[in-house]
Design a protein around this ligand. Structure first.
Ligand code: OGA
Ligand code: MN
Length: 292
């Protein structure tokens, strides 16, 4: 099997054809993984992945993240997380429900799980119910942006470390949301501001909506630089905006990409299946731990 790729933007991301993800084997995975390391984001269309096939694919990348392990009752099965405004009874959540506010927090540029003791390597996102209006998922290359960043800005962050907290991103939307137990389960995490891909040595900024402080500096003075860096990364030239169609699968490298959802008309149902895979030692986790 040989993958065919077409660029999604001038600086990162490819659409990949010639691969049925529901039938992927080790050699197919090796090709997919090589493209993932090189291009940071992969789009595959017309796929038919049910939850089991989704988990099988995710497991090839590493250990599936489980944020609810402590909340699940004895014998209760793991469920693939869904990003959706659809309630169990089929209705959609109201504009100001805490659930909808959490979806709005997803519209801040972020990297998944930087607030966890083990952050995410990738998110494999699958379209289940798509919208007519808005609802794109946008990706920004923190690798391309870092490579082109002016020296004066680079020097302010190059050898620094950053602190991450889940409730910080939620507090930017609503204090009530930020106070929920789910957003306060993990202690603050500190990661290097710049991380290196262990396969190709390319560096990227590692900054997210969850980032609340530069190590050694106070929170107020940190905020200005955090905002400036995030704005630099998310300039249109570094962004790919994906309009979902049923059957689309988007896979990205959290070490080199920031992402966000965009608003839609909330009367419209939207559902994506979202599986994060945790970073392993070989993906650079040990190096990230050692350098802070
Ligand atoms: C996620 C996420 C964005 C979206 O699944 O982690 O941020 O477009 N999703 O829903
Ligand atoms: Mn996310």
């Amino acid at each position: 099997m040989t993958l065919t790729t077409r660029p999604l933007t001038e600086c990162f991301g490819v659409e990949t054809t010639g691969l049925d993800l529901s039938q992927i084997d080790e050699s197919g995975y090796a090709e997919l993984r090589a493209a993932f390391e090189e291009h940071s984001a992969l789009l595959l269309r017309n796929q038919t992945l049910d939850d089991d096939a989704h988990m099988r694919l995710a497991n090839m990348f590493g250990t599936i993240e489980d944020r609810y392990a402590d909340e699940r009752k004895e014998g209760e099965a793991y469920k693939v997380p869904e990003v959706t405004n659809i309630r169990e009874d089929g209705s959609v959540t109201g504009d100001m429900d805490l659930h909808t506010l959490n979806l709005k927090a997803n519209m801040l540029w972020h990297i998944d799980s930087t607030f966890l003791p083990v952050p995410a390597l990738t998110n494999i996102l699958i379209a289940r119910v798509v919208t007519e209006t808005g609802g794109q998922t946008e990706l920004a290359s923190s690798r391309a942006a870092w490579a082109e960043m002016p020296a004066n800005l680079r020097e302010q962050i190059r050898n620094k470390a950053l602190w991450h907290r889940y409730s910080h991103s939620r507090a930017r939307i609503s204090p009530e949301l930020a106070a929920l137990p789910m957003f306060n389960k993990w202690p603050d995490q500190c990661w290097p501001a710049v991380i290196k891909n262990p396969v190709n040595g390319r560096e990227a900024l590692y900054i997210a909506s969850h980032t609340f402080r530069i190590d050694g500096e106070d929170q107020v003075s940190s905020a200005t630089l955090i905002d400036e860096l995030t704005s630099f990364i998310t300039q249109p030239r570094y962004v790919y905006s994906h309009k979902w169609q049923p059957g689309d699968v988007l896979i990205w490298d959290q070490r080199a990409v920031l992402h966000r959802a965009t608003p839609w008309n909330y009367d419209e149902p939207r559902k994506l299946s979202s599986l994060c895979v945790s970073l392993g030692a070989q993906d650079g986790l040990d190096a990230m731990r050692e350098s802070v």
